[in-house]
Design a binder for this molecule. Sequence first.
Ligand code: HSE
Length: 404
Amino acid sequence: MINIAVLGYGTIGSGVVEVLNTNGESIRKRAGAKINIKYVLDIREFPGDPISEILVHDVNIILNDPQVKIVVEVMGGINPAYSFVKEALLKGKSVVTSNKELVAKHGAELLDIAKTRNLNFLFEASVGGGIPIIRPLNQSLTADEIVEITGILNGTTNYMLTKMSEEGIGFNEALEDAQALGYAERDPSADVDGHDACRKIAILSSLAYGMQVDFEDIYTEGIANITDVDILYAKALDARIKLFASSIREDDENVYAMVAPMMIRANHPLYSVNDVFNGIYVRGNVIGDVMFYGSGAGKLPTASAVVADVVDAAKHLNKNIWTIWSSKKLDLINIDLVKHRFLIRVNKKKEILDDIKALFGEVEELTEVVKDEFAFITPLITEREMKDKKERIPGLIGSIRIRF
Ligand code: HSE
């Protein structure tokens, strides 16, 4: 029997207990031993819930119990999760977490502590909910140099964009639905402003390139400015709007990463990733294209990934599973140098076409989608050029990057 403790009895923590209760027997076979939850830590009481019998409020009971071999941290946030996790590792316990903020900020340090003590720090659930992506990057795609990772990594915003497009509901209603379904972060701006996807692409990039990619360095735009009019344009272009998190390695020295809404067409592999689903497209220099798809958020999919890590930790007690993520910082190239095409909307008629052509050269004109608006698609230009030219576009209403 292997004793574990679960820190946090919220959505994911209760999911972990449920998964271990539902699939206990098959999990025992796979782990080679029964996984026994010895403690659940939470500041709250849960009267009537069977976990009350193992509920503790003081983390030291768990940290000082040598029988606890694996600690599952599903509290979220940096404090106090970071100190609890670090202390657990220092006391010889492996740690499994779903906490992307913690992994993005302190992953390299915590992996290093685990490595030097023959323990494991595992975080499959921190990216892509239930989708296996961390383990494939660490253990399956090891023959490749990864040259691109592009993902729809936030279930909440993908759910919102899908509902806005398919059901015509507004931004706020879509967000309320996502919150009711348990997909959204406690602070929903983490989802809608792109910070959650930013941390996730930082984690994947650090693992893929073996160096620390700081999330603070990643250019990040969310979906807060996307309106029903943008959706109309997407439909007129046979396209969809997706919040993309991308990390692209142009050569050994040059990697850029960004999070931003993107218009894509059916020929893009992520076009059909709708609703709360996440999709992650990985390109390796020898394998070519690989896709990962599944539920990106929610109680049981995320708990499934957490418990799978518990099984892995149980199978590797006292043996570190090697990862190449080092604390050496990877300097990303300036986003100003990255090129995109942009769909631009102006509140003037075509009379300004000459001004537009003077700014951008030949553009692709759209037939009228919205009355009294003119819209066009630029050639491939750098982010810097777009920033500089934006101020000179007459009657600018909005713009969005397109990848087709
Ligand atoms: N709020 C996150 C999402 C939860 O919507 O993807 C899973 O990390």
